[in-house]
Design a protein around this ligand. Structure first.
Ligand code: S3P
Length: 444
């Protein structure tokens, strides 16, 4: 499996952050671009693909199931797909590394093909719940042999033809929604997903872009019903992946908490189902401006300029959680340096991400001098009012890239260096992160 050797690193104040930054391609969109291209008939190209470990796990799995995927010297990826229904049985177990998105979406794909695949992953992924995906996929007729607690290693025995289902999501999860929809691609009839709380809609947008017959109906209460006509034929596309708003949140929070900073992050995806962090930071008083607003690959995109700001604590409405679900770790860093109290709730899902993010952020921030109360479903943080925190602690990143990066950013406004016990997980989503921080230091 893919557990690597721990690489500890200390982070300290880099000086004011200035200049232009580019963040890598969106992770969610990159996974989907590879999967859907691999299911189209013919040649697709992808530019701006995130070349992080998670996405490379998806590429390797799609290759193992028959797609031809190559990276050109110019950084453009070319995919020759096998067609919906054309996936081949992989010879060996699919190693998903740290990637929950790869695992859950691919479980959906395999489920409606007459093939069997075993999924394995690192220690973090092997603890994460997969029952939320195998439950609906069992209803289409697929079979699962999982480890105790419904975790990896897990074998999916797919079925063809599968039975179309109508599934109401019991948790707000784009991964579960996407797994059911991807299974629906090779299922005769109409697969329906009912989504009471909206989550990221990249699958819906991109499937339509590939020519699938997919509709979304929103009722008066905001409940979304997504219908996909199965036995779809996907047409190859040329996809441009926008920059990842989840990655952009790290330099943006760094600029907000570091005196004298002003940075512009170029080409940031601003799909409304993903941009909650920016709305909440603005509600706290963040000075953010958006320019060059446009559309890239069917997604809204802009350049974001962030300046050092006096932030004030807020209460984050629980319904905002899905639109910033991956950004809470770095949001908690911003809150710990704001004036007054920030209250978050409805965040039970954070306990089953790459790590228990509520516990690790509460422990790590407290160890570095912040005032944090951990509740079952959120954190209450009394901020420092802009003053530097003590810092000086070593935090456990627990194979979680976003925990590691959040504390590297917190160090911007700590008196003493903050040590992360292992920064290697950062490569799963933001391989250029350390280089970006070094460039800020060099520009001091
Ligand atoms: C993702 C969905 C979210 C998010 C993850 C990526 C996706 O997970 O946390 O990083 O690409 O669909 P959940 O669906 O579990 O909320």
């Amino acid at each position: 499996m893919t557990d690597s050797i721990a690489r500890p690193k200390s982070f300290s104040y880099t000086g004011p952050l200035r200049g232009d930054v580019r963040v890598p391609g969106d992770k969610s969109i990159s996974h989907r671009a590879l999967m859907f291209s691999a299911l189209a008939v013919g040649k697709s190209t992808i530019t701006g693909l995130l070349e992080g470990e998670d996405v490379l796990s998806t590429a390797a799995a799609m290759r193992a199931m028959g797609a031809d995927i190559a990276r050109g010297a110019d950084g453009v990826w070319t995919v020759h797909g096998v067609g919906v229904g054309g996936l081949m049985q992989p010879d060996t177990a699919l190693d998903m590394g740290n990637s929950g998105t790869s695992t859950r979406l691919l479980m959906g794909l395999v489920a409606s093909h007459a093939i069997q695949a075993t999924f394995i992953g690192d220690a973090s992924l092997s603890k994460r719940p997969m029952g939320r995906v195998s439950d609906p996929l069992s209803q289409i007729g697929a079979e699962f042999i999982s480890s105790p607690g419904g975790t990896l290693p897990l074998t999916v025995r797919g079925i063809c033809p599968a039975v179309p289902i109508s599934y109401r999501l019991p948790v707000a999860s784009a991964q579960v929604k996407s797994a059911v929809l991807l299974a629906g691609l090779n299922t005769p009839g109409i697969t329906e997903v009912i989504e009471p709380i909206p989550t990221r809609d990249h699958s819906e947008r991109m499937l339509r872009g590939f020519g699938a017959d997919l509709t979304v109906e929103v009722d008066a209460d905001g409940v979304r019903t997504i219908r996909l006509v199965g036995e779809a034929e996907l047409n190859p596309q040329n996809i441009d992946v926008p920059g990842d708003p989840s990655s952009a949140a790290f330099p943006i929070v760094a600029a907000l908490i570091t005196q004298g900073s002003e940075i512009t992050v170029r080409n940031v995806g601003l799909n409304p189902t993903r941009s909650g962090i920016y709305k909440m930071l603005e509600a706290m008083g963040a000075d953010l401006t958006y320019s060059n607003e446009r559309e890239v690959g069917g997604e809204p995109v802009a350049d974001i300029t962030a300046r050092h700001s006096a932030l004030t604590g807020i209460e984050v409405p629980p319904e905002a959680a899905p639109s910033m679900i991956d950004e809470f770790p770095v949001f908690f860093v911003a809150a710990s340096m704001a004036q007054g109290r920030t209250v978050t709730s409805g965040l039970d899902e954070l306990r089953v991400k790459e790590s228990d993010r509520l516990a690790l952020m509460a422990t790590g921030l407290t160890a570095n001098g912040a005032t944090v109360t951990e509740r079952e479903d959120g954190l209450v943080i009394d901020g420092s009012g802009g003053a530097a925190l003590a810092g000086g602690a070593t935090i456990a990143s627990a194979l979680d890239h976003r925990i590691a990066m959040s504390f590297a950013i917190a160090a911007q406004n700590c008196r003493d260096a903050v040590t992360v016990d292992d920064v290697s997980p950062i490569a799963t989503s933001f391989p250029t992160f350390e280089g970006m921080l070094e460039a800020f230091s060099a520009g001091r």
